[in-house]
Ligand binder design. Structure first.
Ligand SMILES: Cc1cc2nc3c(=O)[nH]c(=O)nc-3n(C[C@H](O)[C@H](O)[C@H](O)COP(=O)(O)O)c2cc1C
Ligand code: SF4
Length: 655
């Protein structure tokens, strides 16, 4: 597909954006004391070098009351200017344009830096359902102060040399709270009729423009469809855009979905793989039909072809491709060079990008752990000075990552996979309902091995004899793990199978099923959904306080929603302890009291994994360097497996 639209420039207020690929605002958790850091600069510089047309820097607080996390960027005093200035210089040096997001969360406050409950401000004292925050209503003085905060912050971005700013009125944050009649219950000139509810957004535009002049771009980010019971009226969003556009209040409108206000709405802030690519485009085209200004759309646009289609159908003028650039900073350059197959497409797993954000850790990507580590691990991928012969046992994510990086650094690498297929546990993970896209990690890593010239041997199990024959300088054991089958009282008498056996279709399953789940991950939940979809009566008993406890929040909540729709009973705090012909016995994980489930035909065990690394013992007395990575070292997730592969390959031994 020709990508003509995608690689055409667009000029706003005399500022030419070289192409339509946008890295939209995303909190990287790399700010320090509210300021831009070298790490953040290196992160964005990698995306600018990779060919992104526009980078919109993450949310920056415009007022002291805007601190929604303890690690956010702030633009509320002049000390922010220097960091932004260096960032803008580095981005401009690559020909990429740069905007900054200006932000006030209103009642959407997640945490404070000392762990106390926040004092949040909103148009009215209407509580937030997701974080349990009851805000204080804003008085006029405070409204004016916050609007002044937007204007002063915008000026700082301009002084730092940025090309524009984006007012974040999306995701149920403060400007959206003013718009939403379910949240804004004011009786003054900021509440009531839509004209009043949009006053705050209008006043921001007027005061920012008065401060920054006419050679600085100002856009507005809005949620078209908040996907929540208390959502903003979608028609009102269109009317608001039209009215603002008629007075040229904003230079572009950026349409996304979702709201921070509820668990249901928040899923769409960073939509997981359950949502189809480009699914926000239909709403963007409704906005585009009503405004003269350009429209940007974001949400699961993970490949250049998807973006080109949206642009060429006239649904939008710019495409946010944020995780696409997190997973592959070189995506635009590869697309431009017609190397589409070399693009490491984002699989919308949410694990290391927004998953890290919610844990308070810097951004990365499970497929490409170099992301967020530009100054450390990524910088270590230099050509080697001492070429070595390396034999890798195991073609799962850990082995594949190690192989591709080592070969790219100039080593001679052979990777042997015992089965006929590469992928390891990812082959099973992609079989969970709605998670086929997870298999993309295999396609992408296999492609990287291919490009780097790895000698791949399928259906070849590495044994001591092979090592003796090949005489490598090092053996990397990446042989993964197998399903853990714990011993418990009466396990022989029950119809007891593992989740892996269910996924592989190796066993018969009864009509009444209990899944005993241990660590709150994808497997027990996914198998529960699969079996319920097939018409079985399913109870998911998890040892954790909630199902999906270990998952990225938006994935967890989507999976819980699906289990609810298919009638799966979820039983938390249930620690497996025994089984007989028809009953399964649990201890309540905090009271220790017994829980008995009767009439069970099949017990499915989702009890984690056990490492497979027998090769280590085989090579015990053999004179060869041995490294163990991934689940073969200790069972974790694909993220740690790929990271292990990268870390090892940039270590001194391979330099
Ligand atoms: C780690 C992370 C942090 C985010 N933080 C912000 C933010 O600071 N401001 C914002 O408007 N959106 C934020 N988002 C949402 C993104 O801008 C974007 O809308 C979302 O990732 C969906 O686009 P994609 O499918 O192209 O990734 C964040 C997304 C991620 C992955
Ligand atoms: S961690 Fe997953 S969702 Fe996030 S950028 Fe990487 S592949 Fe995409």
């Amino acid at each position: 597909m020709a990508l003509e639209k995608l690689f055409s420039s667009y000029t706003i207020r005399g500022i030419t954006i070289p192409n339509r690929i946008v890295s939209t605002g995303h909190d990287t958790v790399m700010a320090h004391h509210g300021h831009v850091t070298d790490r953040l600069i290196a992160y964005h510089e990698a995306r600018a070098k990779g060919g992104a047309g526009l980078i919109i820097v993450q949310v920056a607080g415009v007022h002291e009351t805007a601190r929604y996390t303890s690690h956010m960027l702030m633009a509320d005093d002049d000390n922010c200017i220097e960091g932004y200035r260096v960032l803008a210089q580095k981005i401009h040096a690559q020909g990429t344009k740069i905007f900054g997001q200006l932000f006030h969360p209103g009642r959407e406050i997640m945490e404070t830096d000392d762990g106390t409950a926040p004092v949040a401000y909103a148009p009215s004292a209407v509580p937030n359902s997701r974080f349990g925050v009851m805000p204080a209503p804003l008085d006029h003085a405070m409204i004016n102060e916050i609007i002044e905060g937007y204007a002063a912050s915008a000026l700082r971005l301009k002084q730092a040399g940025l090309d524009g700013c984006e007012i974040v009125a999306s995701h149920g944050y403060l400007p959206a709270q003013f718009l939403n009649s379910a949240i804004n219950q004011r009786e003054d000139e900021y509440g009531g009729a839509l004209e009043n509810r949009m006053r705050f957004i209008k006043e921001i535009a007027t005061s920012v423009r008065a401060r920054v002049g006419y050679d600085f771009i100002m856009g507005l980010r809005l949620s078209g469809d908040e996907r929540d019971a208390e959502a903003i009226d979608q028609n009102e969003v269109i009317v608001v855009c039209e009215a603002l556009d008629q007075s040229n209040a904003y230079d572009y409108y950026h349409v996304i979905a979702g709201t921070s206000a509820s668990l249901q709405g928040a899923i769409h802030i960073v939509p997981p793989m359950y949502y189809e690519t480009g699914y926000v485009a239909p709403f963007a085209s409704k906005v585009k039909a009503r405004v003269k200004a350009p429209v940007m759309v974001t949400g699961r646009i993970n490949q250049p072809q998807v973006a080109e289609q949206i642009l060429s159908e006239g649904r939008a003028d710019f495409c946010g491709m944020t995780r696409a650039l997190i997973a592959d900073p070189e995506m635009p350059n590869k697309a431009h060079a017609n190397r589409i197959d070399d693009i490491r497409a984002c699989i919308a797993c949410n694990q290391a990008c927004i998953g890290h954000f919610h844990k308070g850790y810097p951004i990365s990507c499970i497929q490409y752990p170099e992301t967020g580590r530009e100054l450390t691990l990524a910088a270590g991928k230099m050509p080697t000075k001492h070429k070595k012969k390396i034999l890798i046992a195991g073609g799962g994510p850990a082995g594949m990552k190690a192989a591709s990086v080592l070969a790219a650094r100039g080593h001679h690498v052979t990777l042997c996979e015992a089965t006929s297929q590469l992928g390891g546990q990812a082959l099973l993970a992609q079989m969970l309902p709605g998670r086929a896209e997870f298999g993309g990690i295999i396609t992408n890593l296999a492609r990287e091995m291919d490009a780097a010239g790895v000698d791949v041997r399928r259906s070849t199990q590495v044994t001591r004899a092979i090592v003796e024959y090949e005489k490598p300088d090092a053996v990397i054991i990446a042989t993964g793990a197998t399903a853990r089958r714990p011993h418990f009282e009466g396990s022989d008498s029950a119809h007891c199978v593992t989740a892996w056996q269910v996924l592989k279709g190796e066993v018969n399953i009864g009509g009444r099923v209990v899944i005993a789940e241990w660590k709150g991950d994808w497997i027990g939940m996914g198998v529960a959904e699969k079996l319920a979809r097939e018409g079985r009566e399913v109870t998911l008993a998890t040892e954790m306080p909630m199902a999906g406890q270990a998952l990225p929040f938006y994935v967890r909540d989507e999976m819980v929603a699906r289990l609810h729709r298919f009638g799966v009973e979820i039983m938390p705090y249930a620690r497996l302890y025994g089984a007989d012909d028809e009953s399964i016995y649990f201890h309540h994980a905090s009271s220790g009291e017994p829980i008995v489930i009767e009439g069970v035909e099949t017990l499915v065990l989702s009890q984690g994994h056990s490492s497979v690394n027998t090769l280590k013992d085989e090579l015990n007395d053999f004179d060869v360097i041995v490294h163990i990575i991934g689940d073969a070292l200790t069972p974790r997730t694909a993220e740690e497996a790929v990271l292990d592969g990268l870390k090892l390959t940039v270590s001194n031994f391979y330099s």
